[in-house]
Design a protein around this ligand. Structure first.
Ligand SMILES: [Zn+2]
Ligand SMILES: [Zn+2]
Length: 372
């Protein structure tokens, strides 16, 4: 079967032949790959900044955002049947007995760093025709979501953040005081700013809107543009950093309860952090490249953190709870804003076009490789 492989040493990305995988244990399932999304992480791996082949190999099969169909199950598989649609989790636990996170099935919080990730770190990914994997890493998706289910994995970033926001904000009275039936879904008492209008930012904005936040998306490009259209379709406000500076943004929003950083630019993030509101939470999801140090007003930030009860946290990867929340929310998004969800898909391409797309994704929101 064909797979897309990255060769970091010789800096090459190409389609190669692999043997079709077979079940080797009773708890495994075999999947036919239906769709694989391409994200910023994949593009970084294909510019050779990131990504590690399995031990002893020169190449890594790429791809971690996958929708598959079960075509074969091992004798001890209980929850899945042929024909089921599934999304696989990406990260696999480290082997250490003392890692309480991995030993509790929460490898997204692994302490040791010795986890592996399919298509990213020391384990082949999904960008091929078939995959064999363990039942316990599969999340079942309803067939109604077939068309958009490849977004489940990238949406888990926001869903894991929302679960943590809920835990953190339980420290204070956080429930909206007047939430009558008439106000319904449009009632917004918390204000969120999303930094970046890539797929992570746009999916984050949708999750925040669905959770009842008044939402502003702050991104470089001036409106009108395709991303700004999606933002207004979900009832959020698009603000361009080209025409509105951070101070003006903060005045527009009022007390910023939440910042969801999805752009990976530390200078912008720390500038916005200065405007985080009382009892506010700032969530980092981006991984910036190393650039020259910048100046930050640490006295101001520390004063704000203390005097305004602020919380900053970073978040990576996701657990089963976030995958399940992601599937529920995608269903909600499709009911409320089907056009906006579908507009996230820029290109659907075949496997042979993948290497070129992985090397150059300019202008795309979400590119997807699919098999028909
Ligand atoms: Zn991704
Ligand atoms: Zn671990």
């Amino acid at each position: 079967m064909k797979v897309v492989a990255v060769y970091p040493e010789v800096k090459d990305v190409r389609v190669i032949e692999h043997d079709e995988p077979r079940l080797t244990g009773p708890t495994q399932v075999k999947l036919r790959v239906l769709e694989i999304g391409i994200c910023g992480t994949d593009r970084e791996i294909c510019s050779f900044h990131y990504g590690t082949p399995p031990r002893g190999l020169k190449h890594l099969v790429i791809g971690h955002e996958m929708l598959g169909e079960v075509i074969e199950v091992g004798s001890q598989v209980r929850t899945l049947r042929r024909g089921d649609l599934v999304i696989p989790m990406v990260r696999r636990p480290c082997p250490h007995a003392h890692c309480v996170a991995c030993r509790s099935g929460r490898q997204d919080f692994c302490y040791t760093g010795d986890f592996v990730e399919r298509g990213i770190k020391e384990m082949h990914g999904f960008m091929g025709e078939f995959v064999v994997d363990e039942e316990r890493f599969m999340i079942k998706v309803p067939r109604e979501l077939r068309e958009v289910a490849v977004l489940v994995e990238p949406l888990t970033i926001a869903e894991k953040a929302l679960i943590q926001i809920h835990d953190v904000q339980n420290r204070l009275p956080w429930t909206c005081p007047v939430r009558s039936k008439e106000m319904g879904l449009n009632h917004q008492c918390h204000r969120a700013v999303v930094l970046g209008a890539g797929p992570v930012g746009l999916l984050g904005a949708m999750a925040l809107r669905a959770a009842g936040f008044a939402t502003w998306v702050y991104s470089r490009e001036t409106a009108p543009n395709a991303k700004a259209d999606i933002v207004s379709a979900i009832g959020a406000t698009y603000v361009s950093s080209t025409t509105t500076n951070v101070k003006q943004l903060a005045e527009m929003v009022g007390n910023i309860d939440l910042v969801y950083e999805a752009v990976g630019a530390s200078s912008l993030a720390f500038e916005v952090l200065e405007s985080l509101g009382t009892n506010g939470v700032f969530i980092f999801t981006g991984v910036p490249g190393r650039k020259a140090p910048i100046q930050v007003d640490t006295d101001l930030l520390m004063r704000n953190l203390v005097l305004k009860n602020q919380v900053l946290f970073g978040t990576v990867n996701a657990g089963r709870d976030a995958f399940e929340a992601s599937i529920r929310d995608l269903g909600v998004f499709m009911q409320r804003w089907p056009g906006a969800v579908k507009a996230l898909f820029t290109n659907r391409l075949d496997l042979d076009s993948a290497p070129a797309k992985l090397r150059d994704g300019r202008g795309s929101i979400k590119d997807v490789i699919c098999h028909v």
